[in-house]
Design a protein around this ligand. Structure first.
Ligand code: NMX
Ligand code: MLT
Length: 435
């Protein structure tokens, strides 16, 4: 059976041909008009990027290489004794469009475990961060520093032929993904005083190792949660802030480490990945104010107070989705199976019942339904990972899968430098004044 790199090498020539054929046939076709409001309105709906790993439908949610979350849950290989998909398999799917065998997935687990060590100076860099520095800032610093050993940067400096870019990009991407649990675990243990990092177990899968580095390796349900979590947070087509940032920075031929650290800085914003932290802060404050078994009326009043205070309800709304996020549903199903009586889960479910109607009545949000971040924190909290300031780091470990899969294809397909056109208000006014 071929390794991932061998299979990729087989897939690149026919994919190049396919892209050539699609461009020859459809290259001059139009998506329709672009209107001025889209320039002022955060480019909503503007067709602008090629992203191979996944496409997001507003009503149905994400499909990874054409497959829904329930489909990948059924199709991807599982760990012995586990029922959640292994994220190694999802990475294989994102890169190749194919479902790997159990043996190929085990090969990736072993390869990532073997590449997990980080340079000593990066360990020291993390150790020198004050615990008051946000875990996401520490994460992005450490990922930037990995560029010290970038195979792509080195090959570029030595004059590599552009046709070969994908090879060192693949190697850097594999290293990056492999080293993220080590970095994430070290940050967690430093910031929250959890003692020394254990060694990576070369026999275990990626999620098991991550759980173990965080101190939860003995808890089978938590390991299963990590498998699900890393799988569903990995990719959400190309226009979201982290994915687009990684692609944009990569288009300057910045290596995968510095491209991904840029993506992490976007993920760290409260309207994007930091929303998982915001949700838990919001729920905890709600519990402190109205108690743990609050009535629907008390919850509604709290939600309205949030809106009247000029704040968003974290975990609700989406720039593209117009229905409940299937990633929310997958996590809700996990909760119903593993922690149906958890008080915080009950509150999350109560909020799900009440918030959409309130957002509809308030009349501003185009999507009143919950997104992925409305549910992730309560699952982590249940197992004792209740340091909410850390949650976005786990999102960041997962999102590397989607961003690097695209970086590999961008270099394989010779994607050009991104450089869209911008306009000033004056230029727009002049352009359209008498039209
Ligand atoms: N609570 C209150 N107001 C909202 C919400 C919400 N959850 N969602 C949207 N709105 C408001 C929004 O702020 C905007 O107000 P204004 O006109 O005063 O600027 C108005 O509704 C229209 O916004 P939309 O077009 O519906 O949303 P947009 O595409 O601009 O933004 C989000 C999408 C996700 C940024 C927005 O829904 C939001 O802020 N949600 C809460 C934060 C969140 O959960 N982010 C995580 C997204 C998922 N992720 O992981 O990245
Ligand atoms: C994501 O997973 O990136 C978020 O849902 C945000 C988005 O898709 O815009």
């Amino acid at each position: 059976q071929p390794t991932l790199k061998e299979r990729l090498a087989e897939l690149i020539p026919p994919t190049l041909e396919r892209v050539k054929a699609v461009r020859a046939e459809h290259g001059k076709k139009s998506f329709g008009p672009v209107i001025v409001d889209q320039l002022y309105g955060g480019m909503r709906g503007l067709p602008a990027l090629i992203w191979e790993g996944s496409v997001l439908d507003p009503d149905e949610g994400i499909r990874f290489r054409g497959k829904t979350i329930p489909e990948i849950q059924a199709a991807l290989p599982k760990a012995p004794g586990g029922s959640e998909p292994l994220p190694e398999g999802l990475f294989w799917l994102l890169v190749t469009g194919e479902i790997p065998t159990a043996e190929q997935v085990a090969g990736l687990s072993a390869e990532w475990a073997a590449r997990a060590a980080i340079p000593e100076f990066v360990e020291e860099l993390i150790d020198r961060c004050p615990p008051t520095l946000h875990p996401m800032s520490q994460f992005s610093l450490a990922v930037t520093a990995l560029n010290h050993d970038s195979a792509f940067a080195k090959a570029y400096a030595q004059g590599i032929n552009k046709k070969e870019y994908w090879g060192p990009t693949f190697e850097d991407s594999m290293d990056l993904i492999a080293k993220l649990p080590t970095i994430a675990g070290r940050i967690y243990r430093n910031v929250y005083g959890k003692g020394k990092l254990p060694a990576i177990d070369l026999q275990k899968d990626y999620s098991h190792n991550l759980a173990n580095l965080l101190g939860f390796g003995e808890n089978h349900a938590f390991v299963e949660l990590m498998r699900l979590y890393l799988t569903i947070h990995s990719d959400h087509e190309g226009g979201n802030v982290s994915a687009h940032t990684g692609k944009l920075v990569g288009s300057a031929l910045s290596d995968p480490f510095i491209s991904y650290s840029a993506a992490l800085n976007g993920l760290a914003g409260p309207l994007h990945g930091l929303a998982n932290q915001e949700v838990l802060v919001w729920l905890t404050k709600m519990q402190a104010k109205i108690g743990t078994d609050a009535t629907d009326e008390a919850v509604k009043e709290y939600v309205w107070a949030t809106l009247k205070g000029g704040q968003v309800v974290p975990g609700y709304g989406h720039a593209v989705l117009r229905k409940t996020d299937p990633r929310y549903i997958a996590q809700r199903e996990f909760a119903l199976k593993h922690l149906p009586d958890d008080k915080l889960f009950k509150l999350v479910a109560q909020v799900y019942k009440l918030v959409p109607d309130i957002l509809l009545e308030a009349g501003k949000a185009k999507n009143p339904w919950p997104n992925v971040d409305a549910h992730s924190g309560v699952l982590l909290t249940h197992y004792g990972l209740d340091q909410m300031g850390y949650y976005t780091v786990l999102f960041g470990v997962s999102r590397a899968f989607g961003v690097t899969a695209q970086l590999i294809w961008d270099r394989a397909l010779g994607a050009p430098l991104e450089r869209p056109k911008s306009y000033s208000t004056e230029a727009i006014d002049k352009m359209f004044k008498n039209k």
